[in-house]
Write a protein that binds this ligand. Structure first.
Ligand SMILES: Nc1ncnc2c1ncn2[C@@H]1O[C@H](COP(=O)(O)OP(=O)(O)OP(=O)(O)O)[C@@H](O)[C@H]1O
Length: 437
């Protein structure tokens, strides 16, 4: 189809870009060897209290304060410090001795004392020109997002929370505790967390700026080009890697709780980065058989695990369910809930499953995608995986690691078929034969 990322037929614009990394760490290409092994050994060692706190509890009951232009009124900013680390290895990063946390040199690029990620309100004002509307890049449940430039030139996204209505100090402490956990995670496919600032009624989160919009915007073609199937497969694999890492490779497993296409940002090279840990919660210690029981359901309609909604028990498999919805979204281009469509097509996953069972996969395909044999085969396999993720009972769903492995296999086969196709095309054009489609 014309207008696809790579022109006529679907081609992977980034093909081969991850092959070197991938051969070393087939399922976790975002990790360095040291961090990978460190996390593997420390994973699930420490039981996590069911009282592990949700950021969302603090940020939900909020309202947005008026934009202010006064940057001089904030002398006593409360600063967040990330866990202490030793910087300065030859690779630009090292592990802290006590917790096995790998921290890259991005901390030091801020020109701050080693091991701290501190921001003052003055810096934030300077970076955003006093929260100038010209620097606003988005608006979400958390608040307003601004693009900013730090003193050292680092581009950041500055997320300014809506003003907290109930000023509960206890919750503030819990919020900071969870933020500290999030500061420890680092993966190529996760939006980097730079720091956090709490000042008076302001809550500000500073994260990596990712420049190429969200996956949802690309599925809607808001950036002018069609995201072809190869690029969509890459997105699915990147997200699977990121969530596998959260579930398995941090000190305490973390459940993202809000995986959705508008929370996945793309780089200029169409590398996906999972954003928005606003709802993230430390997973319970599953080794001890405990599961987390929520008091409030958090997440986004259309992506929510029905078993979690029924039982209030949160596990990593809730993320797997949301990931299944995302896979369907990538294949169909449709939103999980399409309220303007006729009744039987409103819940996209339900509609796709029905079509699949009727042997009519093709009609569920995003009309913007090419109808080629390679595409159709890959799509069928992606949908099969998505249905496993969408199993009503969590024990029937695969782990995120399995999802990554399965997708890896689908991509491998897809690339091989595409290469064969190119080969047969060039052979037939050389011999002057007419190729049937
Ligand atoms: N790190 C970032 N880099 C670049 N743009 C970002 C970044 N984070 C958010 N944005 C932009 O800001 C918008 C709002 O983001 P935000 O995470 O606050 O809300 P959301 O995920 O869209 O919605 P909700 O919070 O309700 O789930 C995004 O759609 C995106 O366009």
């Amino acid at each position: 189809m014309s207008g696809s990322l790579s022109g006529g037929r679907s081609r992977n614009p980034n093909s081969g870009r991850r092959s070197t990394q991938s051969s070393r760490f087939p399922y976790f290409p975002g990790l360095s060897e040291s961090s990978s092994s460190s996390r593997r050994s420390s994973s699930r060692r420490n039981p996590v209290s069911v009282a592990a706190r949700s950021v969302a509890g603090v940020i939900l009951d909020c309202f947005t304060p008026p934009e202010t232009t006064n940057s001089k009124k904030f002398p006593d900013a409360v600063e967040f410090k990330a866990p202490s680390v030793n910087l300065g290895s030859a690779r630009g990063g090292s592990r802290s001795s006590n917790r096995g946390i790998y921290v890259s040199s991005y901390n030091s690029t801020h020109g701050r004392e080693p091991g701290t990620v501190k921001f003052t309100i003055e810096e934030i004002y300077k970076a955003t020109r006093n929260f100038s509307p010209a620097f606003k890049v988005g608006q979400g449940g958390f608040g307003t997002v601004y693009k900013g430039t730090l003193n050292d030139g680092t581009l950041v996204a500055i997320k300014r929370a809506k003003k907290i209505v109930h000023n509960n100090k206890h919750l503030g402490v819990e919020f900071q505790s969870e933020i500290k956990t999030l500061a420890q995670v680092e993966h190529l496919n996760l939006v980097k967390f730079y720091g956090y600032l709490e000042h008076q009624d302001e809550r500000i989160v500073v994260v990596e700026y990712v420049s190429n919009g969200t996956v949802r915007e690309h599925l809607d073609c808001l950036h002018g080009k069609v995201l072809d199937l190869a690029a969509r497969l890459d997105v699915a694999i990147d997200v699977a890697h990121a969530i596998t890492y959260l579930h398995m490779y941090t000190d305490h497993p973390i459940i993202h709780r809000d995986i959705k296409s508008s929370n996945i940002l793309l780089t200029e090279k169409f590398r996906a980065k999972v954003a928005d840990f606003g709802f993230a919660r430390l997973a319970a210690d599953t080794d001890s058989g405990a599961t987390h029981v929520s008091t409030q359901i958090k997440g986004t309609a259309g992506y929510l695990d029905p078993e979690y909604m029924r039982t209030y028990q949160l596990t990593e498999k809730s993320d797997v369910f949301s990931f299944g919805v995302l896979l369907v979204e990538l294949v169909t281009g449709r939103r999980p809930i399409e309220s303007k469509r006729e009744l039987k097509e409103r819940v996209t996953t339900r509609w796709v499953m029905k079509k699949f069972n009727e042997g009519d996969v093709i009609s569920t395909l995003d009309p913007k995608l090419d109808w080629t044999a390679e595409n159709n085969l890959a799509i069928e396999k992606i949908l099969e995986l998505s249905f496993r993720c969408l199993a009503p009972r969590r024990q029937n769903r695969p782990t995120m690691k399995t999802c990554a492995e399965v997708l890896w296999g689908i991509r491998k086969e897809y690339r091989e078929l595409c290469a064969l196709d190119v080969h047969s095309l060039s052979t037939s054009s050389k011999s002057g034969s007419i190729r049937e489609t």
